[in-house]
Design a protein around this ligand. Structure first.
Ligand code: PGA
Length: 249
């Protein structure tokens, strides 16, 4: 049985005091949620404040990025050990904004995924096609390339710890959500790829979540799809009520 995962990707939003008060107010509103995992991924600067605010709650902590080296002269970077030390259970990797603005390649993302798994933290590994790629009918080629390189040399015993987030780039922050059937088609393709590359058991256990303009109004139809195991929520996770409504879809 795959436990649904609803994760907030706050991106570069909220200063410490805003992050703290958000979580303090939110945690009582979701305290009875037992059938889903709830994760908040704030900016690095608010990780500790959020960690403190979620103690004794059913909310978990995640980060939005990491570097693959363990320590050393890498000005401005953060290691997996550092994030684990703060209490991060998840780290978002390969987000399309990182691919676009920070030139992260599939190979770089693979190095990060390997390091994160080595430290027993779960990557939330984002993949997805651009609008141009969808219009050129190469969506599945793109997904296959991102999966093949991103999950290259990942141990079969570790792959279930990865959460794959299907985030069509044309749906991120645009207000344009993939229809449930468009999303389900991609999720089915991804699960089948996991089955062929790893095993049927792995494909049944791995969680594949959707991201891209999730809102309280569209989450329940998405979650009815057999292969959609949760959501990675950007804009709609910045307001308590909308995020809580998404969690309670
Ligand atoms: P959005 O972002 O919900 O604002 O579209 C999702 C994401 O980028 O993870």
């Amino acid at each position: 049985m795959r436990v649904p995962l609803i994760a907030a990707n706050w991106k570069m939003n909220k200063i410490i005091s805003e992050a703290r008060s958000f979580v303090e107010e939110m945690k009582s509103k979701v305290k009875d949620v037992e059938d889903k995992e709830i994760v908040i991924c704030p900016p690095y600067t608010s990780l500790i404040a959020v960690k403190q605010a979620i103690s004794n709650s059913n909310i978990e902590l995640g980060a939005q990025n990491v570097f693959w080296e363990e320590k050393g002269a890498y000005t401005g970077e953060i290691s997996v050990k550092m994030l684990k030390d703060i209490g991060c259970k998840y780290i978002i990797l390969g987000h399309s904004e990182r691919r676009k603005y920070f030139f992260e390649t599939d190979g770089i993302i693979n190095k990060k995924i390997k390091k994160v798994l080595e430290e027993s933290v779960s990557p939330i590994f984002c993949i997805g096609e651009t609008l141009e790629e969808r219009e050129r009918n190469i969506t599945f080629d793109v997904l296959k390339r991102q999966l093949t390189i991103g999950l290259n040399e990942i141990d079969i015993n570790n792959v279930d710890k990865v959460v794959i987030a299907y985030e069509p780039v044309w749906a991120i922050g645009t207000g344009r959500t993939a229809t449930p059937s468009q999303a389900e088609e991609a999720h089915y393709f991804i699960r089948n790829w996991v089955k062929e590359k790893f095993s049927e058991e792995n494909s049944k256990r791995i969680r594949i979540i959707y991201g891209g303009s999730i809102k309280p109004e569209n989450i329940s139809d998405l979650m009815k799809c057999e292969n959609i195991d949760g959501g990675l929520v950007g804009g709609a996770s910045l307001k308590i009520d909308s995020f809580v409504n998404i969690i309670n879809y």
